[in-house]
Design a binder for this molecule. Structure first.
Ligand code: SF4
Length: 160
């Protein structure tokens, strides 16, 4: 049986992005979805945040530091939204455990889904190496996380 893949819901064309915009869906994601292999998930919406919402960034570290309570997630108006991000990440973790998911494709740069880069907490458009909160938790659980730039790699692994 082919493995199920958790995918950031915005990459599947769901209206979940903070700024209320839609992302075009990659052809290979459409194919994987047609094969019934994709479980779309948005940690921020599942954590109770609305669409649209103010942008948020991690201050003081990355998602791994947030999970250790060494950093926090703040909105651009300085409101602390860490609890919502941790709730969304823990719901992603539950989904992974319930469905035996070992693969994920997550949107890079996001304070939840980022896998190689996040923004630095200054809201100046400055990106730094690091993971988002949900991506960090899924990796702790042994999930192999790919960014949207590695869809072809994962597709080849799963389908060929
Ligand atoms: Fe939701 Fe993740 Fe997409 Fe942000 S990047 S909109 S948290 S699925």
């Amino acid at each position: 049986m082919r493995p199920k893949i958790l995918v950031s819901a915005c990459l599947m064309g769901h209206l979940v992005k903070y700024n209320g915009t839609l992302v075009p869906v990659h052809e290979q994601l459409k194919e994987l979805n047609d094969k019934g292999l994709i479980i779309p998930f948005c940690p921020e919406v599942e954590g109770g945040l609305p669409v649209p919402r103010l942008p948020a960034e991690i201050k003081g570290g990355d998602g791994s530091a947030v999970l250790c309570e060494l950093a926090k997630v703040v909105r651009s108006d300085d409101v602390d939204v860490t609890a919502s991000f941790i709730l969304g990440a823990s719901k992603a973790a539950d989904l992974v455990k319930e469905n035996g998911i070992s693969l994920a494709i997550m949107k890079d740069g996001s304070p939840s889904c980022g896998h190689t880069r996040i923004y630095d907490g200054t809201f100046t458009g400055t990106s730094i190496p690091g993971k988002g909160v949900a991506a960090a938790l899924l990796e702790k659980l042994g999930v192999r996380v790919f960014t949207e730039n590695k869809i072809e790699t994962l597709y080849a692994e799963v389908v060929l």
